[in-house]
Design a protein around this ligand. Structure first.
Ligand SMILES: [Ca+2]
Length: 223
């Protein structure tokens, strides 16, 4: 039993040393699979703005008839931002996190146009530094780029690579422009941080250990 205890301890140490530490960084509830906005901070736009977690959402035509139904891109749930009436504030959904140099944040965004030009409703996903300054726009869509009522980007992947370690904010935001009631929609899902691929420890094979002996490679030094 004692010997097996030693072997298990050594295996555990080897396994732990093979885990790249920066892959442990992650957003909380980045895919909304809790069914809630836990881990996120939501702000509602003017009047009827809101943020909610949904399982489906429909793009509607100009008679209010669904033309396309979207499900979650990752898992079963995703977040939906309704802008509310035109004006400030707009609807936002944010999360603060830390990243190491080389870490990559990624996610999915979906903008559904429910207006027509010149009322250029817009949805964005941005990365901000810890002072709130925007350092990157990773997703950007609007009525002008997507098309009029019922058009959409479909689920679109975005990524951003950090060159400097620090504390950052990922924020989704959607704005209504022009007339109340013609409110385009932004949805996000699957927000994730992954580390760079570090070299992993090579344990060199299976080991056997007797009390008082040194570790040796069992596959090469058989009795
Ligand atoms: Ca999800």
């Amino acid at each position: 039993m004692k010997v097996w205890g030693v072997i298990l301890s050594i295996m555990l140490v080897l396994m732990l040393s093979a885990v790249p530490l920066s892959t442990l960084a992650a957003t909380a509830n980045g895919g909304f699979e809790t069914g809630t906005l836990s881990g996120w901070t939501a702000t509602s736009g003017l009047n009827n703005g809101s943020v909610s977690v949904q399982q489906t959402i429909s793009a509607l035509d100009n008679h209010g008839v669904p033309v396309t139904v979207y499900n979650a891109e990752e898992g079963n749930f995703f977040a939906v931002l309704y802008p509310g009436d035109p004006g400030i504030p707009v609807t936002t959904l944010s999360q603060t996190f830390t990243a190491a140099a080389g870490d990559i944040i990624s996610g999915w965004a979906l903008f559904i146009s429910e207006d027509e030009m010149p009322y250029n409703d817009a949805g964005q996903v941005v990365i901000e530094d810890s002072s709130g300054a925007e350092i990157a726009t990773v997703f950007n869509a609007s009525v002008g780029t997507v098309g009029s009522i019922g058009s959409s980007t479909g689920w679109t992947k975005w990524t951003y690579t950090f060159s400097t370690p620090g504390t950052y904010v990922v924020q989704a935001q959607v704005a209504n422009v022009g007339l109340p009631g013609y409110s385009s929609i932004l949805a996000i899902d699957g927000v994730n941080i992954t580390g760079t691929t570090l070299p992993t420890a090579n344990a060199g094979g299976s080991y056997s250990v007797d009390e008082g002996s040194v570790v040796r490679n069992a596959s090469r030094y058989r009795h």
